[in-house]
Design a protein around this ligand. Structure first.
Ligand code: ADP
Ligand code: ASP
Ligand code: MG
Length: 402
């Protein structure tokens, strides 16, 4: 007998018919004698609708209240799924984040899991019940509800799988697995049979939101066997595995991330300590900086340009504008209309041809590159957002990933 964690995303539990489909998948595994723990997301677009409702009453609500609101989406789907399973004649129990002791820090809207107390889940499994858990939510040391960030139900599932020592954590979604690019953008994208944790972590962090990046981080840390598959067919999905066990191919995929804003601090005195001042101000506000570019000093001045997540843009502009004279800069410029497009695969640094091929694909489409960043496992470019889909398709074609 195995312990299996199955996570179903919003599109998989969107309505009564889909709940029934999911209930059959779950009871099928239960009938084979497995202990089954299920993690669910909010139905369909519920989380977006709740965000919209909040905006109608207050454009700037506290993050604490936002978490109370957003966590309700998962509670609706977990109870409806438990009822659907009961209707089929099977024992099921739904549990919230706090009922399973999903302890997080207090970083509302993007909380990190600290521990999971699995006693309750174990007790229910011992009573032969199918356990349905609300994804995406936890509780902090003040007993306040927190959420794990958009897409965070994947991370709930992996955390539970790790805590239970589950045999496998299956992520059911609306695509057949992890593809060489988002199949909504690239029609001939190819499904990967397997992918390493490192590559998957990079893909997820750079915009392949089929998996929450922190779920991959956790799976790697606790060696959780992850499978990504469709809830609508029985086609084998993608397994996320250790390096060495995966099929070798240099470039694994192309991703894009539209949630990027670029900030330039312009006409800074060309003296030591300026970068330190800028980035320590941002660090104090907990603002993560991604790609950084500093111009060569001309005359007595230079510019420093960098990217942040769009959700951090306002806070970054505020702290920088308030400190212009402290930094010793003339002005701050910014844009939200850019995207980061990346190619991901192990061994990039030792293959200079990869960058050249990527830039050629962009050149052929007349796409201008604003910034470039490379690492051992990826090459990213910042380009205008309105051409980002074209860029992804062109790069995917150039590398013959189909
Ligand atoms: P769920 O609600 O099941 O969590 P998500 O919308 O979070 O589903 O993730 C699935 C979506 O991820 C797919 O519909 C697809 O458009 C998108 N996606 C982005 N990049 C990739 C990729 N490389 N492979 C597969 N899907 C991807
Ligand atoms: N319901 C949340 C969201 O839409 C969490 C999740 O689906 O994983 O982001
Ligand atoms: Mg998701």
């Amino acid at each position: 007998m195995s312990i299996i964690v199955k996570k179903f995303g919003g599109s998989s539990v969107a309505d009564t018919e889909k709940l029934l489909n999911v209930a059959h998948i779950i009871t099928g595994a239960y009938d084979q004698g497995n202990s089954v723990v299920v993690v669910v997301s909010a139905q369909g677009d519920t989380t977006d609708e709740l965000l919209q409702k909040a905006a109608e009453v207050n454009p700037n609500p506290s993050k604490r209240e936002m978490d109370v609101l957003l966590s309700t989406g998962e509670q609706v789907s977990m109870s409806l799924l438990a009822m659907t399973i009961e209707k089929l004649g099977y024992p099921a129990v739904s549990l919230t984040g706090w009922q399973i002791g999903m302890k997080t820090n207090s970083n509302h809207s993007n909380a990190r899991i600290k521990s999971v107390d699995i006693e309750r889940i174990k007790k229910e499994l011992d009573s032969n019940r199918i356990v349905i858990v609300a994804g995406f939510q936890g509780i902090d040391k003040y007993d306040d509800i927190t959420t794990l960030g958009r897409g965070g139900s994947d991370t709930t599932a992996v955390a539970i799988a790790a805590a239970l020592g589950a045999d496998v954590c299956e992520i059911y979604t609306d695509v057949d697995g992890v593809y060489t690019a988002d199949p909504r953008i690239v029609k001939n994208a190819r499904k990967l049979n397997d992918v390493s944790y490192d590559e998957m972590l990079e893909l997820a962090s750079l915009g392949a939101n089929v998996l929450h990046n922190r779920s991959v981080e956790l799976a790697l840390k606790y060696n959780v066997k992850l499978e990504v598959k469709s809830s609508f067919n029985k086609i084998p999905g993608t397994s996320v595995k250790e390096v060495g066990k995966v099929e070798r191919m240099l470039v694994r995929g192309v991703t894009k991330d539209d949630d990027v804003a670029r900030i330039s601090v312009v006409n800074i005195e060309d003296t030591p300590g300026k970068a330190f001042k800028i980035f320590s101000l941002l660090a104090k506000k907990n603002i993560n900086v991604d790609v950084i570019l500093q111009s060569i000093g001309r005359g007595n001045t230079k510019d420093i340009t960098f990217t942040v997540a769009e959700s951090n843009l306002e806070a970054a502009l505020e702290i920088l504008n308030d400190n212009l004279s402290y930094i010793g800069a003339k002005s701050i410029e910014y844009t939200k209309d850019i995207s980061k497009v990346s190619v991901v695969g192990a061994g990039m640094a030792s293959n200079p041809g990869v960058a050249a091929l990527m830039f050629e694909a962009l050149y052929n489409e007349g796409i201008n590159i604003h910034m470039i960043s490379t690492s051992e496992i990826k090459i990213s470019v910042l380009i205008d957002e309105d051409v980002s889909d074209t860029a992804v398709r062109a790069i995917h074609d150039k590398f013959n990933l189909a």
